[in-house]
Structure formats: C-alpha cells, structure tokens
Design a protein around this ligand. Sequence first.
Ligand code: SAH
Length: 234
Amino acid sequence: MFRPGALKRLLRRKAGGAGGKKAGGGIAAPDDDKLRLRMVESQIAARGVRDPRVLAAMRKVPRHLFVPPGQESRAYDDEPLPIGAGQTISQPYIVAFMTEVLDLRAEDRVLEVGTGSGYQTAVLAEIVRKVFSVEVIEELSRRASRTLERLGYRNIVFRTGDGARGWIEEAPFDAILVAAAPAAVPPALRDQLAVGGRMIIPVGSGAQELVLVRRTERGTEEACVLSVRFVPLI
Ligand code: SAH
C-alpha cells in the first residue's frame, strides 16, 4: 500500500523541480494535510459517510498530487477539477460515497473503470488487496500509474483500453467502480461480478443516476442511490 517514505521523496522531487518556489499553492505539505483533514470533516463526514476505512483513506491520500500543476490550491475544494484530455478528477465527496457503498473488505479484488487522475484508484488501494484499473486515454493512464508508483502503491495494475468490456482474464471481481457514464449498465461488467459482488456505476445521458448493482445467486439486483453528473463513457 502507500508508504510515507515514498511520499517524502516525491514531495522533495516536486519541490526541487519547481525551483523551491510554490506554484498555485505549491506542495506545502503541512497546509495540505490541514486542508485534507478539513475536507474530510466538512465535505465527507458531514454529509454522512461513516465507514472508518473510507474516512482514513481520504485523510491519507495526498489529493493535491493528483491534480494538474498549478491547480494544487484547489485540490481540496468541494468540486471536480479538469485533469486534461476533456476529463475531470471527481469531487471528493463522490469518491468517498462510491467507495462506501461498495462495502469493501480488505481481501477484495476490485475493478475500476476510468482511472483518470488515479486518485480514486489510490483510495481503493488503501482499503483492498488489489485494484485493476482500466483507462481508455493512454496519456492519463500513464500519468496516473507514474504518480501511484512514486507514492509506493504496489497493489494496483493498469491497462489502457475500453473498460466497458471489463478485464476478463482477472474476473470475477468482488467490486467494480465505474467513473464514466454509459447509457445502460454494460453486460460484460455485470457478468464479471462475483456472486456477492457489488458494482457502482453512473447511468444515463443527461440526467444520470448512480446505480448500485449486486450480484446474487439468482441474478442481479439494482438500486438508484444518488443523482450525479459524470463524463460519458467513451
Ligand atoms: N475517478 C477518476 C475519474 C476520472 S473521469 C478521478 O477522480 O480522477 C472518468 C475517466 O473515465 C476519464 O479519465 C475517461 O477518460 C475514462 N473513460 C471514459 N470512457 C472510458 C472507457 N470506455 N473505458 C475506460 N475509461 C474510460
């Protein structure tokens, strides 16, 4: 999982690269730590997220290292932010909410569709045994895997491609988290859920709902849990 020593090295490298100056809020770690704790209290715990593992992961993962250079000062704001290629890093609360409804266990293997910045990937990797993360835009996948590797995560594997097809060689998954919205739940993802598995996925064009899908021995059950706005699944 995430090693504090690796973070220190990354922070040093980033500070050196910026010539010791702060860019857009820079990497002032103590301030960022404070902002992150405040984010968890005011945006996440205050809105009802209770799972201690989710709260601990959100307190730990340095979100400011997942936003584009110059945007660090906005990393703990209550909103999504652009990450390039027309994509966004999700609002912190949505990351926490989706993680909590998956009801994860330490031994779970999780498929993530839409790596994006890799921030949600890190939150998942803090909680579960292994994360398989698929991203359709190669540049984003490469950038995210670099960030996560530098932070010391060793339980994540990345793939570039269409996540709507899932990851058949590694299926079935205990949980699937989808971060871009298709018009309907892709059948391949439903099929790659283990019995007892859970999937959270935004569905719809225009108005979207986060749908929680549970695989049982008899089939799947679905429930709409929140109205949301995600980028479309490509
Ligand atoms: N949780 C991410 C969200 C990124 S936005 C974060 O917080 O950074 C959703 C991501 O899904 C984008 O990076 C987009 O490129 C990706 N995406 C869209 N369609 C996809 C598809 N068919 N397969 C895999 N990834 C896809």
